[in-house]
Structures are given as C-alpha cells and as structure tokens.
Design a protein around this ligand. Structure first.
Ligand code: GLV
Ligand code: GLV
Length: 322
C-alpha cells in the first residue's frame, strides 16, 4: 500500500483506518506546525505517495516539487486556502478537504461567540476574577437580547446555513444574507431573505456573521469602508478565515465606536494578533477552535483517511476539490 506523510498527529481514528488498510505512515513527532524548512526536509526523506496536511501548512509549488511522487494531498480542514490549487493542477495532484463533519461545531461556536460578546460574558468573568465585583447593580454590564434582531449572513454555505437556522428557529432572529448566488435551500431552512448586495446586509444587520471561503475576492471583504457601512450598534462575527477582515481596520472600528463589538475565532496574521486587538474589551476571541469538538475532529480525521483510501484504491475521493 501507499506511504503517507502526516504533517502533525491527528485523532487516532484516522490513523487506525489507514493502518488497517496497510498504509505506511510517517507522522511528524512535533506537536506544532512544521516550519517551511522542516516540512520540505521531511517530505524529501522518502518518495511518499501521499500527504495528509493541515490548514497551518502552506502547500505550494515548492512543496509539491519537494515530493513529486505524491499525487494526493488530503487537507485536514474544510477550508483549503492553504493550498495553491493552480500548482496542484499543473502537477496532476489530487486535493481533498473535510466538509460537513464540522458544520455543527463551527455553527455552535459562532453562536457561542455571539452570546459571549452581546451578554458581555468574558468582561464579566474578568471583572469577577479581578475582585472588582462589589454587589448587584441595575446597570452593571448591560448587554443585548437577540430575539427580533437582524442577523446578516455573508456566505450561504453549510455553516452559514446552520447558524441562520438556529438563530431563526431558536432565537427568533430575522435573517438576511448575501452570497454570490441566491440559495433557495438556505432561505427555506431559516426563512432568510436575500439581499442583492453586501452593502445592504451591512446596513441592515444588527449582527454580521462571515462564512465565506478565503479567496482573492474575499480577502479584506470587510475593510474600513465596509465597517463604516455597518450600524454603530452592530456586532461582527468571524469563524471563517482571518484575512477576510482587515484586522487593523477592525481594531480602529472597535476602538472608535464605528461598530459595537466583535467575536473572532480566526485572525489575519494567525497566531499573531493585530496591534491593539487584545487590549479591547468589546471583542471576544478564541484561538481557531470553532471546529474543536471531539466529534468534529474525529469526523475530519475519518474523512481525510477515507479520501486517501479511496484515492489509493483507484476511486474518486469523496471530497475531491481539485
Ligand atoms: C477549520 O478552520 C477548517 O477549515 O476546517
Ligand atoms: C463549509 O462547510 C461551508 O460550506 O460553510
């Protein structure tokens, strides 16, 4: 069977599936992303047939050329902006991702950030731990209610769809959305209404939640000008990819009251935070853990293994993206 390089340990279920099928596996022993040099060096060690890579690995022409024997790269993520698809195509390398299994985890996490920021959960927690709580007060940490508010979804894929559905059915929010194409399916599950432009969503929404893939066309989709189009009372959520938001512009907007708050799981220069972001009280942040549930991460490991198995059995992998 095929020999696979795995750039960082993934949950056992995926490893076992591959071993059972007789795959030979080399797994990076480091519990962190490999540097570019380390990755190239590791891949040059053997004529690997395939690679299981993570969203933290930049996979470009140089990487493909380091291991020309590898005709299959299985990405352990739904987003695959870390891979230069054009370079894969040129070399006839198959690329797969892990969609679907993390939809619920990411959608719920998006709502966790929403609740945390509008109910000021983290601010309140910090206040208590610092010993500042001197007793109940009628206006202590006033927050917001979500019922009847308008949620604007940017990107009507699976995750955006699930966030919209829970917000609409569970919280009684009105949902509006923008995508490059209208989605009847999305509209049905959340009674959402389409807006023909991004600007309309930004102007009308009390909460804007970003669920687009990172592409050249979505890089800095939310910039200073677009932040100014939002309501001053609005909140921005991002569980997609950091560079979709101009983070420096967001820091200014949060600091100067252009918008009221934000909930972020992803960052433009991850793992670094833009200057000033960590000082702000009106932002709640998590370290790219939206899909970090046992169920989702096991599901991703299973899917990545299934894709590799299918490919090396001569079949079309179920989640082929290129
Ligand atoms: C997580 O960010 C993913 O794309 O799977
Ligand atoms: C990803 O799973 C999406 O389509 O939102």
């Amino acid at each position: 069977m095929a020999t696979i390089y795995i750039t960082r340990k993934i949950p056992d279920i995926g490893i076992s599936m591959l071993k059972e099928k007789g795959f030979e596996l080399d797994i990076s022993p480091k519990d962190r992303p490999l540097t570019k040099r380390e990755l190239l060096k590791a891949l040059k060690k053997k004529p690997y047939d395939g690679v299981l890579c993570l969203l933290t690995d930049t996979i470009n022409g140089e990487v493909f050329d380091a291991v020309p024997s590898a005709k299959m790269f299985a990405n352990y993520a739904v987003g695959f902006n870390n891979i230069t698809i054009e370079e894969a195509k040129k070399r006839g390398v198959t690329i797969t991702n892990t969609p679907g299994v993390l939809t619920e985890a990411v959608a719920e996490h998006t709502l966790a950030l929403l609740f945390a920021v509008v109910k000021r959960v983290v601010e309140g927690d910090t206040f208590l731990r610092k010993g500042k709580y001197k007793g109940w007060g009628p206006e202590l940490f006033l927050g917001e209610e979500l019922q009847g508010k308008t949620l604007g979804i940017l990107g009507a894929g699976r995750i955006g769809g699930r966030v919209a559905e829970v917000a609409s059915k569970g919280l009684g929010m009105n949902v509006i959305y923008y995508d490059i194409k209208q989605s009847p399916e999305f509209e049905q599950s959340s009674s959402a209404t389409f807006r023909a432009t991004l600007e309309e969503v930004l102007k009308e929404a009390d909460i804007v939640s970003v669920h687009v893939p990172l592409l050249p066309s979505t890089t800095h989709l939310i910039n200073a000008e677009r932040l100014r189009q939002m309501k001053k009372t609005a909140y921005l959520l991002n569980t997609s990819r950091g560079p979709v938001i101009d983070e420096d512009a967001l820091v200014v907007a949060l600091k100067t009251g252009v918008i009221r708050g934000a909930g972020l799981d992803v960052f433009e220069h991850e793992p670094k935070l833009s200057k000033g972001l960590a000082k702000l009280q009106n932002v709640v942040m998590t370290p790219h853990t939206a899909s970090a549930t046992k169920s989702a991460r096991d599901g991703m490991a299973k899917l990545a293994a299934e894709n590799l198995i299918a490919f090396f059995e001569g079949k079309v992998p179920p989640n082929k993206v290129s």
